[in-house]
Design a protein around this ligand. Sequence first.
Ligand code: HEM
Length: 443
Amino acid sequence: ASFYVSPRQNEPPLVPYWIPFIGSAITMGIDPIKFYRDRQKEGNNLVFNAKLADASAEEAYRSLTVPVFGKGVVYDVHNSVLMEQKKFVKAGLSVENLRAYIPMIEMETKNYLSRWNKKSDVQDIHKAMAELIILTASRCLLVAQIFHDLDGGFKPINFLFDDLPLPSNRLRDKAHVKMRHFFIDIMKHRRDTGKVDSTDVMQYLATNCQYKSGRSLTDMEVAHIMIAMLMAGQHTSSTTSAWAFLYLAWNPELFDKLRQEQIEILGSLDAPLTYDSLKQLTLHNNIVRETLRLRPPILHIIRKVVRDMTIPGTTYVIPKDAYVQCIPAITARSDEFFENAEEFNPYRWKDYDLQNKEHDDDLVDYGFGALSASARSPVLPFGAGRHRCIGEPFAYVQIKTILATFVRTFNLELHNNKFPECDFTTMMVQPKHPMVKYTRVDC
Ligand code: HEM
């Protein structure tokens, strides 16, 4: 028999557990997918589409994010202000700007990979992707070391405490100030010299955006939004790319298929990558999509209940101050929705029409009801509802450009023929021991 604590009247039933206080944390920590699959009862809707007055993302994420992103943005402001800030960033990541980023990402990737100059060698693909994502995201801006220190404060423990006197938190705070000044100084320099970069999101935020109140963003807000964007994209896109390359290394026949696709669509493996040509690289796209289905980097989507909240259609009440969370990875890996759901099969998406679709929000039926940004979809790596990701188009462009550039030069195999397990103890679901062996295609 398990140790079981009766919930208060009307509270949902508790998951039975053995050890008081620690509860189910250990079972959940070892294999969260199994834990939640066994207990899946309530839809994602409860979390994604909860009323603001019931459940709050800022209450859940504030202690983790405010020391890193800074004041006046994201979870340090009222939700209505965040919604305005998200609109600004979305507009700043326009198709026109994305077009301009592709050659930059391609060049950074080529430069980075030129270090892999042996005929064949073993590399940590997750470390490589973490470096490549920050280099491509911030491109030639020299923010990598500051970013590393800032990132040190982005840990699960900071979900609970934001100002523990940890050395990593001191470095985080120093790095935050450096990074803020870095962006503010660039804006000042641009104003003083009249030099602007029209494809730059920072410039867009500084000059084109006004709140409904008529106020423009301050330099500090712009700097903090830039930091938030870099952070929001860093671990998500680097773990996604690492898993994508690990799946490829596990299915190495896909490397030839990817090169074939480039030759068919672009004419050769030397042709420059463009926004329009990337869109036609369906297999490239579906490898990213299938990776996100199986390994969505954000496993837990969390809200804090801010007033007693009745679960719709039931008499259960979730008490104020409880946390609710959803795990879209459960449905994404369920045989109920996908044949051989645990198998990596990018071809399962082949009829999924990507032409003229900027965003998954635009997509409709593909076999099990309407797919939209609503919480009904079984695959929600970018979330749903008011807090849905606005970085998806950028993430796809970035990861696909890296992928297309990479396969032009390298094949990969798994080192020791072992597909890495998931590390659930980190902020994002990372691969454990992600070692791969690369071989140059031209050797
Ligand atoms: C929100 C995933 C890349 C900026 C989210 C959420 C998810 C997510 C699941 C919803 C969180 C919640 O509801 O609590 C991802 C994945 C990415 C990615 C899987 C890459 C593969 C990016 C990038 C940016 C970005 C590159 C910035 C350019 C944001 C922002 C939000 C968000 C601003 C909104 C937060 C809110 O409204 O509370 N992302 N993201 N993300 N993401 Fe992303």
